[in-house]
Design a protein around this ligand. Structure first.
Ligand code: MG
Length: 482
């Protein structure tokens, strides 16, 4: 008798993993990304004029991330969220306009592409703003479907057909409608309906919903059901509509019993656009607003909710940001992000799940375009360049000069007291970090910047009326030959 072959044959029939528990279900990921919402614009972060009962409840059921960083402006924040990289690394330094030749390089790996590798259904709704040419649209960057205005709602051009200023509303890669300013007051209602429809459609498989709202970027256009209802003018009305929208999404997840399988992140792309007066939000008690690397420009109100996984009413003060969402989502899906191409973000799921309290990142870097303006480590923030308070007409350049300025954000969140003279060793340490990152990504000859996408013949997505001809300048006399 030869028992060994028999034993091997029997073993071959036993599944090797029989004793192991099944792998954890991949959670759905819902990212609700607000435009130009400041640190203090919702109840959990101190807003009192507009009411946000759904977000108040979301925070009480989940976690507030009090040191979550976006970027100073829209396109950069979106590139960061989508790629896990600082905008400077992927050549997205500022804002893309309609019909521009550049966009987020399709060769980059987006959060949607990474999650698709793990079997996720993916949908992008709302403001895209990392390139409007067909090559750059969401459906070419990992999203199964798209519905939204592909850039800022103030980037209107006159329609050739009607002569009215409009923005396009896309379904996948086709223009479905041209929206006048007035028609924008239904945009949030329509985005929300699409979001709920997608959740119903995708409920039986893991899904990624990236809902990048058009609100509360100017022009401020709250829906009819919200206009005039808040105690903070039309800006507050639109925030209340966003609160309603978020409530509808959370209600739907509850109704479909997806609550405990879904991580929902609510956050903003940059601080309030302060020059807009009553149409701007508030970043109090932070200094500065949109377009700035002062805290008010980049630190944004953020809530994470995942019943059964994230402790109710918890607070995370560690440094986190939009660059961390991609590696976090991939980790929760059971994967890892490859070492190359390099990304800047890190998996923050241990922070969300209460298994860690320290940021997984060595430091946070504050880019303004391709300039590195500041670096933060722990409570210390070193500004290494002048920083504007916000952006737009009438904003004066910072007169702080170029000498490094050091702030302790835990002791003084408003960044008024320069402590550089008192802590030269901390200045030196942070200066080294800034110098190294500058060599890598900033300035004119960075060592590790990857190119943006570029098309040869960019076009607007719809026929626009020609601009009136410019008055001709008188011709200069020809330069005489030497
Ligand atoms: Mg924005």
């Amino acid at each position: 008798m030869k028992p060994i072959p028999f034993l091997l044959a029997a073993l071959a029939l036993v599944p090797l993993h029989a004793a192991e528990p099944p792998p954890p279900a991949k959670p759905n990921i819902v990212i609700i990304f607000i435009d130009d919402m400041g640190y203090a614009d919702i109840g959990p972060y101190g807003a009192t004029k507009q009411k946000t009962p759904n977000l108040d409840r979301m925070a009480s059921e989940g976690m507030k991330l009090t040191n979550f960083y976006a970027a100073p402006v829209c396109s950069v924040s979106r590139a960061q969220l989508l790629t896990g990289c600082y905008g400077a690394r992927v050549s997205v330094p500022g804002v893309f306009g309609p019909g521009g030749k550049n966009g987020l390089n399709p060769a980059e790996h987006t959060i949607a592409e990474r999650l698709k590798e793990h079997g996720y259904a993916t949908m992008c709704i709302g403001k895209w703003h990392v390139g409007d040419q067909p090559e750059f649209l969401p459906t070419r960057q990992g999203f199964d479907h798209y519905f939204g205005i592909p850039y800022s709602n103030d980037m209107q051009k006159k329609s050739a057909a009607t002569g009215k200023p409009v923005v396009p509303l896309l379904r996948d890669d086709q223009v479905e409608e041209l929206l006048t300013d007035e028609a924008q007051n239904r945009i949030e209602e329509r985005y929300t309906a699409e979001a709920l429809k997608f959740i119903h459609t995708a409920k039986d498989q893991p899904f990624l919903l990236y809902l990048a709202h058009t609100a509360v970027h100017t022009p401020i256009r709250p829906g009819a059901a919200f206009a005039g209802k808040s105690n903070n003018g039309r800006f507050g009305d639109w925030v209340e509509e966003l609160d309603w929208s978020t409530g509808r999404i959370l209600d739907t997840l509850r109704e479909l019993k997806l609550d405990e399988r879904t991580l929902v992140i609510f956050t903003s792309d940059n601080g309030p656009w302060l020059i807009k007066g009553a149409d701007a939000g508030s970043a109090a008690p932070l200094r500065g607003g949109k377009g700035s690397t002062w805290e008010g420009g980049v630190r944004v109100p953020t809530i994470a909710r995942w019943p059964g996984k994230i402790a109710p009413g918890s607070v995370c003060d560690a440094i986190t940001g939009t660059i961390d969402l991609l590696p976090t989502a991939v980790a929760l899906a059971g994967g890892t992000v490859p070492a190359a191409p390099v990304i800047d973000g890190r998996d923050i799921s241990p922070l969300l799940l209460g298994k860690a309290t320290q940021s997984p990142r060595e430091a946070h870097y504050y880019f303004h375009g391709y300039n590195l303006e500041a670096v933060r480590q722990g409570p210390w923030k070193l500004a290494v360049a002048p920083q504007n308070e916000t952006m737009g007409k009438g904003v004066l350049p910072d007169a702080s000069g170029t000498a490094p300025r050091l702030y302790n954000l835990e002791q003084e969140i408003g960044e008024n007291t320069n402590l550089a003279d008192k802590h030269p060793e901390i200045v030196a340490k942070l200066q080294t970090l800034a110098t190294n990152m500058t060599a890598e990504l900033a300035g004119k000859e960075p060592s590790a910047r990857r190119p943006a996408g570029e098309v040869a013949k960019p076009q607007l997505l719809y026929p626009a009326a020609a601009n009136p001809p410019r008055p001709k300048k008188p011709k200069k006399p020809a330069t005489p030959a030497p």
